[in-house]
Design a protein around this ligand. Structure first.
Ligand SMILES: [Zn+2]
Ligand SMILES: [Zn+2]
Length: 851
């Protein structure tokens, strides 16, 4: 609509005088889709680069509000950086392998690929309607062969380097389904589909990635990630779980010298080992099976312990398990003093944690104390508190006494040492006598990536009767996931039932071989996807290293805190492995990380199953994309939990309507005397407007640099808009010059652009601007103009002028009083006197009546 046709007729609203979100958003959405270069990163650029990334979604079919919040934050930042002259990379993709597609295949009888691609298409439409500025030319879809072939390529490289290996490991197995269940498919110890069938633990050969080889570096480099949330770094530290201690080998009394008769324990407190009164084994410890082999009662008791342990694991809190144990009536020998101590099996010891065996020192450990009390085991004190005062008599401490501030007693030649020194000397002693050594252990385990599933990346390995494990030759990649596969979720890996897939010829000997039919954990896909964005169509390599060197590290990564551990540790590992391969130069994938808060409604998490999910489509239809997005940014700070209120979105829509009216208002400003420059003509009203303008630019720019409290940025926009809408009289009276008014409107639209891009683009065009708003420079503020105007206030004592203080214009009574009372002159004059009365005339004077 050409602007000239519209003349303001006051009091008669016309359709285009009202903010019509649907009309504006449809128009711009279509324009943006016609111009693929609009949001594209430049491949050759002299501009500084900026890589802003939101975590890619799983294509479930529809976006939820949590996505909208995540992407609105990232999109605001991308637009801000574009306007600041950066070459911005802002891509999007799909984490599109995984179990839900298989479930859908069964329930809706749709092949996983079809279901997934349809969902992607739907969600892409939603994203475009919401106006997120993505570079779709770099879209990554992890379930397509052009992507997953590189998962396979990386796997071969990991295998070459000894970082991928195969070993037996436990899986959840439903005997009725005859298949492996994911942890989340185990409900109360039973199969999710067979509620009366307890899940069994089965040993299967599985592929592992040796992430533990990087444990130390993954831990140490957390110190480099100062721009990651402390919460995330702490979670990773705990997950990696480094502890320093001592490995000590106890021998089975009456056993031989073989490793089978050795019980290795890891302890952080070897200084207490003379107080060990039992050794405790995990029910799964290999020695337990041996001891119970000809002992039926023991075997039954151990089975009971295993069951208890499994149940506790499913509830997820093994720490809270009620501790049970059984005495094997066999003994282990403490290598420090030759003492025999009983061997127990306990339900709270985990085989996959440490060595699966501990020494129990009840006098100096909470848990051991509790256990010893319950089973009436011996409690022997070997650490005494150190007296602060040497004269003080030290008495036996209340038990358990667990601090390190103590001295060894009853500990043979080590008695008299303090705890720390004892740990050093006793570790060295163990090493000298070949029964142990100082050691560091990690809680972090190697990453098991085998899934007995269909919808994932096929693991590129073959098994030949003659040659054993044979990797698929690189030139034979990709190993394509076959399409017509019957998915039943039972009877093992679906791929194993596809003979064309499973039966192959061995590339080494030409004989018959079997293909690996497990697929990879989907966390493999997301471990390196963000590198692929930089060079998404490369069919000769996962990416070009030079291109990656330009874009990496990611400047800002944004996503949910639920990915703090797995995804963010795996992708850090993958980066370090690629660096060691020489593919990338950066040690860490992302310089800065931001985790947005969750969205709740009426106090609970929004979820489809609870029926309280708010649909982005509904919100967009009712209020428009801009209002929906702006609301997710305005309701609270982005890192906080957001309690959704539909009325809040409505309120935002009203604000945008007011802003639309203010910017499009065509009341002709009176020009005033034109023989003076704008600066000379600028009266108080114009100066107030100018000051607020620069303050608003400052507040919003600062927030992008700092805390990202976009809620206060948007509040600043609202304040500025209010001020502008209240100036109608000043404008028609000529107190505000047309140039100043035009500048105020121009800046208002620029400041709105990162948060409500559709409306901002529309208004920009309506203001007659030809250049693309996305490339328009972000406004700069002048600190001098942003500064509050100051006034002088005379301060009297008993009616006599004694001092003058300077305060910001419009200061409240309290602030003026405070300024007056902190004046050195006034302080000195009223020192020791009693103030009877404080009189403040705001903007005029202060008078203290004193005696
Ligand atoms: Zn089942
Ligand atoms: Zn062979």
């Amino acid at each position: 609509m050409p602007q000239e046709e519209k003349t303001a007729v006051s009091g008669v609203p016309r359709s285009e005088d009202r903010y019509d979100a649907q009309r504006i958003e449809t128009k711009w959405s279509e324009r943006w889709q016609q111009d693929a270069s609009l949001y594209a990163a430049e491949s050759k650029s002299t501009k500084p680069k900026y890589y802003v990334l939101e975590m890619l979604p799983y294509p479930s079919g529809v976006l939820h509000m949590g996505h909208v919040r995540n992407y609105s934050i990232g999109d605001a930042l991308a637009r801000y950086m574009w306007m600041n002259g950066y070459n911005v990379l802002h891509p999007m993709g799909w984490d599109s392998f995984g179990l839900p597609a298989e479930n859908a295949a069964i329930s809706a009888n749709t092949p996983p690929r079809e279901w997934t691609l349809r969902n992607i298409a739907n969600m892409k439409v939603q994203m475009k309607r919401l106006g997120f500025g993505y570079d779709w030319s770099r879209e990554v879809t992890t379930c397509l062969p052009d992507y997953y072939r590189w998962n396979q390529w990386f796997f071969l490289k990991l295998y070459e380097k000894g970082l991928a290996y195969r070993r037996k490991s436990k899986v959840n197995w439903c005997p009725k389904c005859a298949t492996v269940l994911a942890n989340e498919q185990v409900v109360d110890g039973c199969c999710w589909r067979h509620e009366d069938t307890p899940v069994e633990q089965r040993e299967l050969e599985q592929w592992f990635l040796r992430i533990t080889q990087y444990a130390e570096e993954l831990l140490r480099d957390l110190d480099k990630l100062g721009a990651w949330p402390e919460k995330v770094r702490t979670m990773q530290r705990n997950w990696i779980g480094r502890s320093e201690g001592t490995l000590v080998d106890f021998k089975l009394d009456g056993g031989d010298d073989s490793p089978d008769s050795t019980i290795s324990v890891f302890t952080t407190r070897v200084d207490t080992i003379y107080g060990a009164t039992s050794v405790q084994l995990a029910p799964e410890h290999p020695l337990v099976a041996r001891l119970a082999k000809y002992n039926d009662p023991l075997r039954n008791q151990v089975e009971q312990l295993k069951a208890e342990q499994r149940k506790a694991k499913e509830v997820g809190d093994i720490g809270a398990i009620e501790k049970h144990g059984v005495n094997t009536h066999r003994y282990a020998v403490n290598p420090y003093n030759g003492q025999r101590i009983p061997i127990w099996v306990a339900n709270y010891i985990l085989m996959d944690y440490g060595t699966g065996a501990i020494m129990s020192v009840p006098a100096h450990d909470e848990r051991d104390y509790e256990f010893a009390k319950k089973y009436k085991l011996e409690i022997r004190v070997v650490i005494m508190p150190q007296a602060d005062d040497p004269e003080e008599t030290v008495t036996e401490p209340p038990l358990p006494f667990t601090t390190m501030r103590g001295m060894l007693v009853n500990s043979g030649s080590f008695s008299g040492l303090d705890c720390e020194e004892a740990i050093r000397k006793m570790s060295a002693y163990a090493e000298e006598h070949s029964f142990g050594k100082a050691s560091v252990t990690y809680r972090l385990k190697d990453w098991g990536i085998s899934r007995q599933r269909y919808w994932g990346t096929p693991i590129p390995m073959l098994y030949c009767e003659k040659d054993g494990i044979v990797p698929v030759p690189e030139q034979d990649l990709p190993v394509i996931l076959p399409e017509k596969v019957e998915i039943t979720l039972s009877g093992g890996s679906p791929l194993a039932r596809v003979p064309e897939f499973a039966n192959v010829t061995c590339p080494k000997c030409g004989g018959p071989a079997r293909r690996e039919t497990d697929t990879m954990d989907t966390f493999v896909d997301s471990s390196w996807y963000f590198y692929r964005y930089t060079d998404a169509r490369n069919d000769r390599a996962p990416f070009d290293s030079k291109t990656v060197a330009y874009w990496f590290p990611i400047d800002q990564y944004i996503g949910g805190v639920e990915h703090a551990i797995l995804h963010l540790i795996y992708s850090r590992f993958w980066t370090k492995f690629m660096r060691d391969m020489g593919l990338v130069k950066n040690d860490e994938p992302a310089e800065r990380l931001f985790t947005q808060g969750m969205i709740i409604k009426a106090g609970t998490k929004m979820s489809k199953s609870l029926g309280n999910a708010v649909s982005p489509d509904d919100m967009v239809a009712r209020y428009g994309a801009d209002s929906t997005r702006l609301y997710t940014l305005f309701a609270t700070a982005p890192d906080r939990e957001l309690d959704w209120q539909d009325e809040g979105v409505e309120g935002i829509q009203r604000f945008l309507g007011r802003l639309y009216r203010v910017v499009t208002d065509r009341t002709d400003p009176s020009v005033g005397p034109t023989d003076l420059s704008v600066e000379k003509r600028r009266g108080p009203a114009a100066r107030t407007l100018q000051r607020k303008l620069h303050q608003t630019i400052k507040r919003i720019s600062d927030d992008f640099q700092g805390r990202w409290h976009f809620n206060t940025s948007i509040a600043a926009l609202m304040e500025f808009n209010n001020l502008l809408s209240g100036t109608a009289q000043d404008i028609s009276a000529g107190n505000i010059a047309p140039e100043d008014l035009a500048e105020a409107k121009r800046v208002l639209v620029l400041l709105l652009a990162p948060f409500a891009p559709y409306l901002a683009h529309e208004l920009w065009e309506m203001l007659g601007k030809k250049e693309n708003l996305l490339k328009a420079p972000w406004p700069k503020y002048d600190p001098a103009l942003a500064k509050e105007e100051e006034i002088e206030i005379p301060v009297q004592i008993n009616g006599k002028l004694r001092s003058v203080v300077v305060v910001p214009a419009g200061s409240a009574e309290g602030a003026i009083l405070e300024a007056a009372l902190s004046s050195e002159k006034i302080k000195a004059m009223i020192a020791g006197k009693q103030i009877l009365k404080k009189i403040v005339v705001p903007g005029k004077l202060v008078n203290f009546v004193v005696r």
